[in-house]
Structure formats: C-alpha cells, structure tokens
Design a protein around this ligand. Structure first.
Ligand code: 5GP
Ligand code: ZN
Length: 127
C-alpha cells in the first residue's frame, strides 16, 4: 500500500463497513488501482466485462456526506477513473461512470463508491 504523505490525513475506517474492510484487506478483493487517497477493485458481481468500484480509502458514507462537500474527494475518484479506464483498455471504446444514490438507484453499500463499467455497448437509459 502507498504510504500516506505528510499532507494526507489519516484514514478513518468504520467498523462493519464492507468497503472499509476491503481497503484494510480484512476482506479480499481484486485490486486494480491505488494511490494515497483512492482504492479501486473489481466488482464481485460484474455488470460488464470491466466493472470496477473506485472508493476513497477513508470512510465517507455517500455523495452528500460533509467530507465530500468540497469536491476534492470526488475529483480524486474521477481522476482515478480516467487512469483506470486507460489501464483497462476502455478509454477509446467508451465506458460509464455511475453513482448509485439512495433506494431508487439501488444503492446497497454506504461507503462512497464510483462504478466504472465498460467493455461492451451499454444501453441508455439504464434499467
Ligand atoms: P451499489 O449498489 O451500492 O451502488 O454498489 C455496490 C456494489 O458492490 C455492487 O455492484 C456489488 O456487486 C458490489 N459488492 C458487494 N459486495 C462486494 C464484495 O464483497 N466484494 C466486491 N468486490 N464487490 C462487492
Ligand atoms: Zn467504509
């Protein structure tokens, strides 16, 4: 794991949070990317040939949490997504970035995460 720099605040993890357990390695995952603030791994139930979940290393409950308000975390996740898209070979063919927010969107894990889907044509609108 990348050592945090002096400017990086310490990671906070929440007991019982699935994605915090993935960040710490307590629950195994297939890592595809990591930097000082972001971790990314393959979705266990992929909806496309490439389906990566991109998360902050520190626990942030969701897109409307105060820790996400200044946009820095969201920016780091999106920058990681463009790197991962290139790494996965979908930058040219195209891909979709998705935030599921709340019950109507089917959000099931309450640790902020960005889905990156690609590797096949994706229908619009989504179901
Ligand atoms: P949400 O529905 O909250 O937007 O997305 C949660 C995602 O986490 C789902 O796509 C689901 O397949 C994935 N997921 C749930 N449990 C695990 C797990 O233990 N490991 C991995 N790699 N993905 C998981
Ligand atoms: Zn968490």
């Amino acid at each position: 794991m990348t050592e945090p720099s002096a400017a990086t605040p310490p990671e906070r993890h929440e007991a019982g949070c699935l994605f915090c357990s993935i960040v710490t390695g307590a629950i195994p995952s297939t890592r595809v990317y990591g930097d000082e603030s972001v971790f990314a791994f393959r979705d266990i139930n992929p909806g496309a040939p490439t389906h990566v979940l991109i998360i902050p290393r520190t626990h942030i409950a969701g897109i409307s949490a105060p820790e996400a308000a200044d946009g820095a975390v969201l920016s780091a996740l999106i920058q990681a997504a463009t790197t991962i898209a290139a790494q996965e070979g979908v930058a040219e063919s195209g891909y979709r970035l998705v935030w599921n927010v709340g019950p109507d969107a089917g959000q099931s894990v309450f640790h902020l995460h960005l889905h990156l889907l690609g590797g096949r044509p994706l229908a619009w609108p989504p179901g």
